[in-house]
Structures are given as structure tokens and as C-alpha cells.
Design a protein around this ligand. Structure first.
Ligand code: CAA
Length: 386
């Protein structure tokens, strides 16, 4: 029985900044950001948006009158959650009127959480082949103004429906994974911005990829020639390129070109959104499937990395029907975004959600999204659907 991703959808905000303008404002040569980091634009997340609103917005493209009654589980992966106890999944369940007999849970291990959720869902469907799982991988990536990580911020959500006989990608039962206690990136409970040892984190990412790729080849007897493309977790898109370049020397000359072309397809969207932590690998997969033609049957390798640290390498097989399962019109999404001046972005960045018990009602006039975070009342977060 094939099990995997049946549908995929993405959401972000309607605001962004241009990385050339950010480079000029930070007195950096623009090609460092555009080529050295590999980012061209960055989604800006106002305080009226967070993982709940972004997650609901992505999942609303998948949930309909029929499947809202049959979803058995909602797994919400995030590392920028909005409550220390209650799962963001329950807020989304309510906003999208998903049936009350679904399990609703939050999953956390940095950027790896989306992959953990996907694998839990796969195993659940294997045990219960008629069941369907909604996965949401949503995050807001914040490092701070004028920090080295600023160019790698961003935010958004990917929603995926996992079931038997999937339309998009069948998951092959070939995962290799590893975890080790490493302090490369973390966010203490009292902080809204992550702490990161940037170069160290990038080195650990590459070390994990190399070790897991070796282990994968030993366990499966597959080699690079068995892969049509690779998709990487993309904290910034140059990071994935560094990963690919580690293994490219083992490919034939013509295959090298094909893999590099596929890599370019896999980073088109991430270059314009920035990091969305748990969702980054899956946005990259959507980018690959949207920007390169497949016939079905191609094997794609996927590398997931979450600081702290945990990694997984696995493969999926593209289904001939994959286009039917890709639910987001990215052309329209990018066309309706508003480019902000760097000073406006800085004001929005500083005017963030403050952890405080006081009632507050946010001004929603600048946010036309379907789902908004409207403020706090009686220490409870208020979400509205328009
Ligand atoms: N033209 C072209 N390239 C240029 C250039 C120019 N004018 N100027 C510099 N560059 C290149 C550099 O040579 C370098 O390339 P290489 O890495 O290939 O050597 C690249 O631009 C970046 O330059 P620096 O290393 O000097 O950049 P930096 O020190 O300012 O910051 C960073 C880079 C450490 C990644 C920083 O952005 C950061 O801390 N980011 C957040 C952490 C992160 O994303 N880590 C990734 C792994 S952890 C993970 O994956 C989980 C997660 O999502 C967070």
C-alpha cells in the first residue's frame, strides 16, 4: 500500500522586503545576501499573524465540506508556538470546523518537527489505512534587527494531507535519522528571538547530512544515480546547495547538471519567503514540484534538519497525479504581496506580540487576511475569521 502526501498547500503574509534593500540598509554588498546567502525577498509577519493564522490559512486550502468530517488527526509542528500548554492544532480545528473526534496535537523539535509529524502520520495510516491526517508545519523565524541571522528570517505555513494512495508523493519506507544534544540554535521561553551560533549551526547541518547520507546508502544500497532530485531544509537557500555539493562529486557529469537544475527549481519559492523552520523543507518540495516537470515514478531525496539537533533523510516517489494535489497558486500569492520599506519592516518587527496578561485589541486595518490574531481578552488569545 502506498502512503504519503495527498495534498499540499502554503500560506504566508501579504508583506515582504527586498534583500537588496536590506543589504543597502545594513551596509552589506547585496550579492552577499542574494548569492552568498541565497535569499532575494523575505516575508514580513505583523503581530496580527502567527502560526495559528498562517496554519489555518494553509490548511483552509485543503479542508473542505467533506474531509473536515473525516480527518482523524491534526498534527501541528512548530517551534514558535503561542501557548506553553495548549496545542495550536486545537485553534486551527476550531477555525476550520474540523470534527471534534480528531486528535489534535503539537509536535516540537526545532525545524525537524514537520518531518516528525509526517512520519508519525505515515505510520498511523499504515496501521489504519482508511484514516487521514492533516499536518501543519508553521513558523515565524525571528533573529533580530541588524544580526547576522536577519537575512535568514521569514515565516509561513505548509499544510499536508497524509493518506493511503496519495496524489503527490508516496513515502518510501527508507528513513534514516539521528539526534544528539547540541546547542547550535535554541529559543528560551522568555525570548521572542532565537539564539544561534550561526556558523556552528551550518556546520552541524552539513555534518548531519553527510552522516545520514552515508548511513542511507549503506542501509538501502541506493546511490546518487537513483535520485532525480533532492530537497533540503532551507534555513537560507545556499545551505541546501552546500549540502548538495557534498554529494555531487559522486554523480556522473550529466546527472550533476540535472541535479543542480532540480535544486534551482527547489529553491524558487524559499528564496522569496525566507525561513519558515518546520515548513521550509516542504515549501522547497512544493517549489521543486511546481517548477520542474515530472512524469511520475521519480525518486526524490529529502533532508530534514532541526537544530538541537535532529536530522532525517528519506525518499519519496512522485505520483503521476502530483499536480492535482498542489493547492496553492504561487503566482497569485507573490503578485498580491506588498513590498515594504525597510523602515516600515523595522517598525513592524519591533511592534511584536508581548507576553503580558493585559487585555489588548490589535488594529486590524492593515491586515486583510482571512484569519487574524485580534489580541488578548481575559488572558485568552482571540482569533477571527473574515
Ligand atoms: N558575493 C557573494 N557571496 C558573498 C559575498 C559577496 N559579495 N560576500 C560574502 N559572501 C558569501 C560568503 O563567502 C559566505 O559563503 P560561504 O558560506 O559559501 O562561505 C556567505 O556569503 C555568507 O557569508 P558569512 O558566512 O560571512 O555570513 P554571516 O557570518 O554574516 O552569516 C549565517 C551567515 C551564519 C548563516 C547567518 O545568516 C546566521 O546565523 N543565520 C541563522 C542560522 C542558520 O540559518 N543556520 C543554518 C543551519 S541551522 C538550521 O538549519 C535550522 C534553522 O532553520 C535555523
Amino acid at each position: 500500500m502506498k502512503i504519503g502526501i495527498d495534498q499540499m498547500a502554503f500560506a504566508t503574509t501579504d508583506k515582504y522586503i527586498d534583500m537588496t534593500e536590506l543589504a543597502i540598509a545594513r551596509h552589506v554588498e547585496p550579492n552577499k545576501f542574494l548569492i552568498g546567502i541565497g535569499q532575494v525577498e523575505q516575508a514580513v509577519i505583523p503581530k496580527t499573524q502567527n502560526v495559528v493564522t498562517l496554519g489555518a490559512s494553509a490548511a483552509s486550502q485543503i479542508i473542505n465540506e467533506t474531509n473536515r468530517d473525516t480527518i482523524d488527526m491534526v498534527l501541528f509542528a512548530t517551534e514558535s508556538g503561542i501557548d506553553n500548554s495548549k496545542a495550536a492544532a486545537i485553534y486551527v480545528q476550531k477555525l476550520l470546523q474540523i470534527n471534534r473526534y480528531a486528535r489534535t496535537v503539537e509536535v516540537k523539535q526545532a525545524c525537524y518537527g514537520g518531518t516528525a509529524a509526517l512520519m508519525f502520520a505515515r505510520d498511523f495510516v499504515l496501521a489504519h489505512p482508511t484514516k487521514q491526517v492533516l499536518i501543519i508545519a508553521a513558523d515565524v523565524a525571528r533573529y533580530g534587527l541588524e544580526t547576522p541571522g536577519e537575512v535568514t528570517q521569514g515565516g509561513g505555513a505548509v499544510a499536508m494531507l497524509v493518506k493511503a494512495n496519495p496524489q503527490v508523493l508516496a513515502l518510501n519506507d527508507d528513513s534514516v535519522y539521528m539526534s544528539t544534544d547540541i546547542m547550535d540554535f535554541w529559543r528560551p521561553l522568555y525570548r521572542t528571538e532565537a539564539l544561534v551560533d550561526g556558523h556552528f549551526s551550518a556546520n552541524i547541518y552539513q555534518d548531519f547530512f553527510k552522516e545520514l547520507w552515508q548511513r542511507y546508502q549503506m542501509q538501502t544500497a541506493l546511490a546518487i544515480s537513483d535520485f532525480t532530485a533532492f530537497a533540503f531544509h532551507l534555513p537560507f537557500t545556499k545551505m541546501g546547495l552546500k549540502g548538495l555539493l557534498e554529494i555531487l562529486p559522486t554523480a556522473s557529469e550529466s546527472h550533476k547538471t540535472a541535479l543542480l537544475t532540480a535544486f534551482e527549481a527547489s529553491r524558487v519559492y524559499n528564496k522569496r519567503i525566507g525561513n519558515l523552520y518546520t515548513g521550509s523543507l516542504y515549501l522547497s518540495l512544493m517549489s521543486l514540484l511546481d517548477n520542474q516537470a515530472f512524469t511520475g515514478g521519480e525518486r526524490i531525496g529529502l533532508f530534514s534538519y532541526g537544530s538541537g539537533a535532529e536530522g532525517e533523510f528519506y525518499s519519496g516517489t512522485v505520483q503521476p497525479t502530483y499536480q492535482k494535489g498542489l493547492k496553492t497558486d504561487f503566482k497569485a500569492l507573490f503578485a498580491k504581496r506588498e513590498r515594504l520599506a525597510i523602515t516600515t519592516y523595522e517598525q513592524i518587527f519591533n511592534d511584536h506580540f508581548v507576553l503580558a496578561p493585559d487585555d489588548v485589541a490589535y488594529d486590524l486595518t492593515n491586515d486583510s487576511s482571512q484569519f487574524v490574531f485580534a489580541g488578548i481578552k481575559d488572558e485568552q488569545q482571540q482569533y477571527h475569521q473574515r
